[in-house]
Design a protein around this ligand. Structure first.
Ligand code: CU
Length: 646
């Protein structure tokens, strides 16, 4: 893609841009075309409905004002026979363009299945018997979540669409849902037939006492010494939006959204040297998994893939001004379908606003006492999703310094277990009387399709190494960066090394800055960890992307997800481990970087009943991309003297 191409993909044209998510009208029409083209039985579910995203080549071929082929992609599941179909509908040609049978796969669990599964399990006599065994006779306040079944090689029900239903007891409908696990009871369900196949009972554990609720009314005494803190922008925000195209300061990008990945950003570029300079083609959360470290029968099978097994975009929150976002906000809706093909709009699913971010740069001349200081402003694009008990925020930040930051905010309720009084857990931490939270990790993999100044990109690992001893290093202080080209996919599977100051950079060897360096961006890692599960464990096979923090692949539009297209009940090996098995060359080519970050969570009592936000992420930082500090031209702040506290 040339720089000129990049400019046009960032401008909204009179025709619909090929990367725009399907509109409400398009979604409704696509469903109708599908129904008109094929007789669908009443047992067919729409497991996914979204734009069939054009390939990068197709987007690059997009010409200003030219009508674009618009297509929708569906994943259908026939609950009657369990078969799965991928369907492409052409909105332009008003026809079903392709219909592909996908044998042996399981789509993600749909939120509609959550609701139906809970009602079905609660009505089942074996489950009711198991609860009565625990002295529970009123099932009204019970909640049941269908956890993904995984694949442990010991399946008693091959060929079924499985989930594991776990139960909790509320004291009322307003109670914290996840504080009182009915430990030991697992309902193995078939989501196709919506029946209970088996109720496992691993032994009665007393229900823990109520452990507190998180609503303001339940907390009771609310502190009263917080004064309002308002974000006021009387002249409006500094960004402009045209459809899904965003301009802010010198940044330009496009916003997208898929039911599987949630928030997607496209065509990120920066205006510099008199043109828009491409940096990224497409970035998204490609997969995530939460392996639990308790080997007991309940938690050992908990390792939810919240992207590939649930579709984290479908679970997105509708955000509230003043609560989720402060300031002058631009919201974007998310458009999808329910499992019966009805169009669903989640309003305000993506929030965009500006934030003050303290000091951008500063220097005081101590001789003259003259100070130059600039305040940092950042643009925030974010969304929040609720996956059962946990909540995840995904925040992209754009800075005047040229940095792009991704931050995941982890909050919500821990997945807990019950213990008899006076029993201490080995594999978890007590968070409340008779209530423990198993140790676990949250691994996120972000797919970062770079295009630094075009398609010829290379990836290097940079360590800092001490200089050898000798006359060239007489005082022993010498050290220097050691740069290693990652030539192929086999070489480009790396882990962090903070003690070597390791980072990875993506450069364009064909474009140089004013001191002759190739222009590039580096990946600055934050908190990270490797998994503790054994290499031959189920979760390591299924989430092979956890093995390395950095993976690089040659771009292939069919390679989108770190654990493959259909991870639900999959035995493993798909996704990145399969992609890199080809060991394709990477130098000076169209590369996709996949970054895995792991949040290690040994829970604390302070994480209960709702955990304060924990943060994890990474920064993409220019390294020789600019000739100098790109934020030199930010205006000096206005002096204000009226708000000094005496
Ligand atoms: Cu956690």
């Amino acid at each position: 893609m040339t720089n000129e191409n990049m400019a046009f993909v960032n401008d909204e044209m009179s025709s619909v841009h090929p990367l725009n998510p399907l509109s409400v009208e398009e979604m409704r029409e696509a469903v109708q075309i599908l129904r008109d083209g094929r007789q669908l039985s009443g047992r067919v579910r729409f497991m996914s409905a979204a734009l069939r995203e054009p390939t990068k080549a197709e987007v690059c071929a997009y010409a200003s004002g030219q009508p674009q082929a618009r297509e929708a992609h569906f994943i259908l599941l026939d609950n009657g026979d369990g078969q799965v179909y991928e369907v492409v509908v052409s909105l332009t040609e008003r026809c079903v363009k392709s219909w592909s049978h996908m044998p042996g796969v399981q789509p993600p669990i749909h939120v509609d299945e959550f609701v139906e599964c809970e009602n079905m399990v609660k009505a089942h006599p074996e489950w009711q018997t198991a609860l009565r065994r625990r002295g529970i006779t009123n099932f009204e306040n019970a909640i049941v979540d269908p956890w993904s079944a995984g694949n442990f090689g010991d399946e008693q029900f091959p060929g079924h669409r499985l989930a594991r239903g776990y139960t909790w007891m509320r004291t009322s409908h307003d109670d914290v849902g996840y504080g009182r696990p009915v430990d030991g009871v697992v309902a193995i369900v078939d989501l196709n037939t919506m029946t209970v196949l088996k109720v496992e009972d691993h032994g009665v554990v007393p229900l823990p006492p109520p452990s507190g609720n998180y609503t303001a009314a339940a907390v009771g005494s609310i502190r009263d010494d917080l004064k309002p803190l308002d974000i006021v922008q009387l002249d409006g925000p500094s960004f402009s939006v045209d459809g899904y195209a965003v301009s802010w300061q010198k940044w330009k990008f496009r916003i997208g959204f898929t039911p599987r990945e949630g928030l997607v950003l496209y065509c990120v570029g920066y205006a510099d040297r008199g043109r828009e300079r491409p940096i990224l083609y497409r970035v998204s959360l490609s997969e995530m998994v939460v392996p639990y470290g308790d080997p007991g029968p309940i938690h050992s099978k908990k390792n939810a893939f919240d992207v590939g097994e649930y579709g984290i975009g479908r679970l997105v929150n509708s955000l509230e001004l003043g609560c989720d976002c402060l300031g002058n906000i631009k919201y974007f809706d998310a458009i999808m379908t329910d499992s019966r093909g009805g169009v669903v709009v989640i309003p305000k699913a993506v929030c965009m606003h500006e934030e003050d971010y303290g000091t951008l740069w500063k220097h005081t001349d101590w001789r003259t006492n003259h100070t130059e200081v600039r305040r940092s402003r950042r643009l925030v694009v974010s969304s929040f999703a609720t996956v059962g008990n946990y909540d995840y925020g995904f925040f992209w930040y754009f800075y005047q310094s040229g940095d792009i930051q991704l931050e995941v905010k982890l909050t919500g309720c821990l997945s807990v277990g019950a213990l008899p009084p006076d029993v201490q857990p080995k594999y978890g931490v007590m968070v409340s009387p008779q209530l423990y939270a198993p140790i676990h990790q949250h691994f996120f993999n972000f797919r970062l399709h770079f295009m630094i100044e075009g398609e010829g990109n290379s990836v290097y690992e940079v360590d800092t190494v001490p200089e050898t001893q000798g006359p060239h290093n007489p005082l022993g202080n010498g050290c220097h960066p050691q740069t290693t080209l990652l030539r192929s996919e086999a070489e480009a599977q790396r882990v962090i090394n903070p003690l070597a100051g390791r980072y990875w950079k993506v450069i364009n060897p064909n474009v140089r800055n004013n001191v002759g360096q190739p222009v590039g961006y580096k990946i600055v890692h934050g908190e990270n960890v490797l998994p503790f599960a054994s290499p031959d464990s189920s979760v390591m096979k299924r989430a092979g992307f956890m093995r390395s923090h950095l993976w690089v692949t040659a771009y292939d539009p069919s390679e989108m997800y770190a654990s493959g297209d259909y991870i639900n009940q999959h035995p493993g090996g798909d996704g990145l481990p399969a992609y890199v098995a080809k060991d394709r060359p990477l130098e000076n080519s169209d590369v996709v970087v996949w970054y895995t970050c792991g949040h290690h969570h040994i829970p604390r009592p302070e994480d209960w009943p709702v955990m304060p936000v924990a943060y994890i992420g990474f920064i993409l930082r220019p390294v020789g991309f600019f000739d100098a500090n790109p934020a030199m031209d930010t205006p000096p702040p206005e002096l204000r003297a009226s708000c000094e506290v005496q």
